[in-house]
Design a protein around this ligand. Structure first.
Ligand code: FES
Ligand code: FES
Length: 149
């Protein structure tokens, strides 16, 4: 049995060290806000924060997670920047089908934690790994700019 801290809550889990974090979140803990898209770190739907850094949870194995706090879409709204991102997403009506948006919000929050006033290029660079089949990229950029200070 090992412990992992997710959104400030400590969970006891007993899983293989090579199990991806995404599987632990969704299948072991029932936290289904983080989405499975490609499974090969190519779409960004599974993005979470590991010690504040955006990572693809489908390709992040548990042996590299232990000892570092995890934040998911279920908890990011409790952080100052995460709350602003979620509010901006609503105000700009970013979402269409929604499937990619957990990952989009997590990547945007990680960007804004690092850079409170990103340029279009900064945004494009930070968000390039988050694919949206609905093409919400323009509104994502608007929403991020609306939070910039
Ligand atoms: S499901 Fe992880 S990047 Fe696509
Ligand atoms: S909102 Fe549908 S895939 Fe992004």
């Amino acid at each position: 049995m090992k412990q992992v801290t997710i959104n400030g809550n400590v969970h006891d889990i007993d899983v293989p060290d090579d199990m991806p974090l995404l599987w632990v979140l969704r299948d072991v803990l029932g936290m289904t806000g983080t989405k499975y898209g490609c499974g090969i770190a190519q779409c960004g739907a599974c993005t979470v924060h590991l010690d504040g850094v955006a990572v693809r949870s489908c390709q992040t194995t548990m042996d590299s997670v232990y000892g570092q706090p995890v934040t998911t879409i279920e908890g990011v709204g409790d952080t100052p920047v995460g709350a602003k991102v979620q509010a901006a997403w609503l105000e700009k009506e970013v979402v269409q089908c929604g499937y990619c948006q957990s990952g989009q919000i997590m990547s945007a929050a990680a960007l804004l934690n690092e850079n409170s006033n990103p340029t279009d290029t900064d945004i494009d660079d930070a968000m390039a790994g988050n694919i949206c089949r609905c093409g919400t990229y323009v509104r994502i950029r608007e929403a991020i700019h609306s939070i910039a200070v």
